[in-house]
Design a protein around this ligand. Structure first.
Ligand SMILES: Nc1ncnc2c1ncn2[C@@H]1O[C@H](COP(=O)(O)OP(=O)(O)O)[C@@H](O)[C@H]1O
Ligand SMILES: [Mg+2]
Length: 265
């Protein structure tokens, strides 16, 4: 059974079309990547699925989850789905976390809301999630600004996964992090979503990261889906000229890096 179906999705700001007739399916437990240069419509696609598009956006097309159309525009119904059926890991957790609330409480809130457990149970589960995402003990009562960027993104992952959603959308979740930390966070996200068979839409402009995280990839260019397919095949033999440019440029960067570090070519 397919968990997500996006059909002919169009997002417009006034006369400007930023997502132009996007159609794709996501099977249960599948990990799909979306690549494309900045401004190609990746984030607007993610926000459309969560019904969190900015004011002024006009949306058309259908989005369904497990065969049922999402109640787009119905705030009450959508907020019930967010966190429990679909959730999102944002690029910069500092802006998505509440600066005035201790970490444990930010994880306990969705647990309390979606699982209807008591406050004490929510706190205990929140602490268990902190351990699960590799946060140190002292992070539990801390505030977001007291944590490192990597630790904050661990919190973002805990918040996204604690409601046990069937689908997680991660939008450039490690772009704001140092490369060394990036790897740890990606491994964590991959491990936890694989364990729980959670479907994943992973958005990035970094082809190496997409290659690590996904088995299928959608290539977006100026709001259009220009190519899709098995990630390894698309990167090995791109069919669309735009994909070809992205892949060649990524290969040139990788080659330059090997030259710089004296590694094998
Ligand atoms: N609030 C907004 N009002 C008008 N245009 C917007 C708004 N938000 C985003 N856009 C435009 O939508 C296009 C797609 O943006 P986005 O989906 O964020 O791209 P990206 O692929 O980099 O994530 C961009 O050209 C951007 O300028
Ligand atoms: Mg974006």
């Amino acid at each position: 059974m397919s968990t997500l179906r996006v059909e002919d999705l169009v997002v417009r700001f006034g006369k400007r079309t930023v997502v132009n007739g996007l159609t794709f399916d996501l099977a249960q437990g599948e990990r799909v990547g979306i690549i494309g240069e900045s401004g190609s419509g990746k984030t607007m696609t993610a926000l459309a699925i969560l019904d969190l598009l900015p004011a002024g956006a006009n949306i058309q097309g259908g989005i369904s989850l497990d065969g049922t159309a999402l109640p787009l525009g119905d705030d009450r119904e959508m907020s019930r789905l967010r966190g429990s059926r679909i959730s999102m890991v944002f690029q910069e957790p500092l802006t998505s976390l509440n600066p005035l609330m201790p970490i444990w409480k930010q994880i306990a809130l969705p647990l309390h809301r979606h699982h209807r457990c008591t406050r004490a149970e929510a706190r205990a589960r929140s602490e268990a999630w902190c351990a699960k995402v590799g946060l140190p003990q002292h992070a539990i009562p801390a505030y977001p600004h007291q944590l490192s960027g990597g630790q904050r993104q661990r919190v973002g992952i805990a918040i996204a996964l604690c409601g046990e959603p069937g689908l997680v959308i991660a939008d450039e979740p490690t772009s704001a992090l140092d490369v060394t930390v990036q790897r740890e966070i990606l491994d964590l996200l991959l491990e936890l979503t694989t364990q729980s068979k959670t479907s994943l839409i992973f958005i990035s402009h970094d082809l190496a990261v997409i290659n690590q995280m996904t088995s299928r990839v959608l290539v977006m260019h100026q709001g259009l889906l220009v190519e899709q397919g098995d990630t390894a095949s698309v990167f090995a033999a791109p069919k669309d000229p735009y994909t070809d440019r992205l892949v060649s440029s990524a290969k040139r960067s990788a080659m330059a890096l090997r030259e710089l570090t004296g590694g094998p070519r």
